[in-house]
Design a protein around this ligand. Structure first.
Ligand SMILES: Nc1ncnc2c1ncn2[C@@H]1O[C@H](COP(=O)(O)OP(=O)(O)OP(=O)(O)O)[C@@H](O)[C@H]1O
Length: 315
């Protein structure tokens, strides 16, 4: 089931279009890395998904059904509210009451949400985010990392099925970043929560995301699985020999699991990272004269920057 599907989503502020014809699909259980340059429109999209910003055009289908389709037009507003209640949101800095303790901040929201077992739930989410020892402290004394964790606790209070996290690693040191990442993965794996994370910290996303969406100038450039990113980022070996069809046959036999592509001009491209000497030995052992040989390494940063710039994406 798709937890989020946006169709033709658009937002303009006055004359300025910041999101246009935006199509995004997030499946249940995804940890979806939402990637784009500053100002590309990530926060605006997330705010439209959770109902904080009204789209200029298009629709957001949540949990497999647009409210009016599921409930009939009369009940649209309450159905939409039900859907929004299933979303936990951490967008920008969490709005904390500085003179209240972490626990009281949580209790204030628990009361507003009408959560039945408020005190127990507040203790539970404090424990989940590793703040059980700091519940009584006023939040004005919290470090940025603690504030972010408390923001996540607030987002978790209503037991959401979907978490929208906008730059959750912002301002965190490496240790706090790792703790936040482990926590997000734990939440996804233990409770089956679907997570959308916008972040510039690509190496963190690389360790957790199962799917990606890349936004540039308010438009979806591409969505892909982590496997596709790995395959496309994993580098490639380019080989040109005097007898390309024969060399291809030799390599396919020697590397049955590898993916090959033959380019015009006789160059063979093997997707992945290889022991170049072993490949060269295989070819020369089969009597093939190697004319050109190069290993191309791409990293995830280069790959996403190219996508965000609208550049080439293939090996
Ligand atoms: N309320 C608003 N009024 C006018 N313009 C806005 C408003 N909110 C956002 N924008 C503009 O919309 C564009 C997209 O902003 P948005 O915050 O969605 O981008 P982003 O990808 O989240 O960027 P960042 O990575 O810097 O957070 C920006 O140019 C921003 O200035």
């Amino acid at each position: 089931m798709n937890v989020i599907e946006t169709r033709g989503l658009a937002k303009a502020y006055g004359e300025r279009r910041v999101v246009s014809d935006f199509a995004m699909t997030v499946a249940a259980g995804d940890i979806y890395g939402f990637v784009g340059k500053n100002g590309a429109g990530k926060s605006t999209v997330m705010k439209m998904i959770c109902g904080a910003v009204t789209p200029t055009a298009g629709e957001v289908v949540l949990f497999g059904a647009a409210p009016e389709r599921r409930e009939g037009r009369g009940a649209t507003a309450s159905a939409a509210a039900d859907q929004v209640r299933r979303i936990g949101v951490l967008i920008e800095e969490p709005a904390l009451l500085p003179n209240l303790s972490a626990y009281d901040n949580l209790m204030a929201k628990a009361l507003a949400l009408g959560i039945a077992d408020g005190p127990a739930r507040c203790e539970e989410v404090l424990r989940l985010v590793g703040l059980q020892g700091a519940g009584k402290r006023k939040t004005k004394a919290f470090s940025l990392g603690m504030k972010q964790r408390l923001g996540l606790a607030l987002a978790l209070l209503g037991s959401p099925d979907l978490l929208l996290l906008d730059e959750p690693f912002n301002g965190l040191d490496p240790e706090a970043t790792r703790a936040m990442r482990n926590l997000i993965v734990h939440l996804a794996e233990t409770f089956g929560i679907t997570v959308v994370i916008s972040s510039h910290v690509l190496d963190q996303l690389d360790r957790m995301a199962t799917r990606y969406g890349v936004i540039a100038e308010g438009r979806m450039v591409r969505e892909m699985t982590a496997g596709e990113v790995a395959a496309e980022c994993g580098g490639s070996l380019r080989v040109r020999t005097a007898d390309s069809p024969r060399a291809l046959a030799v390599l396919e036999e020697a590397y049955p699991a590898a993916a090959f592509r033959a380019e015009p001009g006789g160059t063979i491209v093997m997707a992945g990272d290889f022991d170049t000497e072993a490949v060269a030995r295989t070819l020369s052992g089969a009597g093939q004269v190697v004319l050109e040989f190069s290993q191309d390494h791409r990293d995830i940063e280069d790959y996403f920057v190219a996508l965000m710039e609208g550049g080439a994406t293939h090996v």
